[in-house]
Design a protein around this ligand. Structure first.
Ligand SMILES: [Zn+2]
Ligand SMILES: [Zn+2]
Length: 130
């Protein structure tokens, strides 16, 4: 009888994620800190709990988070500086972080193809009959 240890596939792939995970953990810790929470509250109060980006476009949208203008991981010293904080709604915040992860010098040429939306003639025929 041979002892077969059944190592499953899972053990290999987890290592690669470790570094990023560690960095994430640091910021998670920060975002849970009391100092951050009170700073965030101050920013929200200053901004009237409204998304500042929407407000510039004369739209009133409740803020859903406070964004670091200079990112926390690049400028941790500005993490609790009110001038570096701005209240944003989720969709505006997503625009501030268009790519997750380090994406550099990828100037993607955006080719916008305009598809002509023509209605399906078959469907039209059916509609006419009924
Ligand atoms: Zn917004
Ligand atoms: Zn942000």
């Amino acid at each position: 009888m041979s002892a077969r240890l059944n190592y499953s596939r899972s053990s290999v792939s987890s290592q690669r994620h470790y570094d990023r995970h560690k960095r994430d953990k640091e910021s998670v810790k920060f975002y849970k800190s009391k100092a951050w929470r009170s700073c965030r509250d101050l920013a929200l109060i200053r901004d009237d709990f409204l998304c500042q980006s929407c407000l510039k476009r004369e739209r009133i949208t409740p803020a859903e988070m406070v964004h670091h203008i200079k990112e926390f991981k690049d400028h941790p010293e500005l993490a609790l500086v009110l001038e570096n904080l701005v209240s944003l709604c989720l969709s505006c915040h997503n625009k501030e972080h268009p790519h997750k992860g380090p994406v550099k010098e990828t100037k993607k040429r955006k080719r916008v193809r305009v598809l002509k939306m023509s209605s399906n003639p078959e469907l039209e025929d059916e509609a006419e009959e009924s």
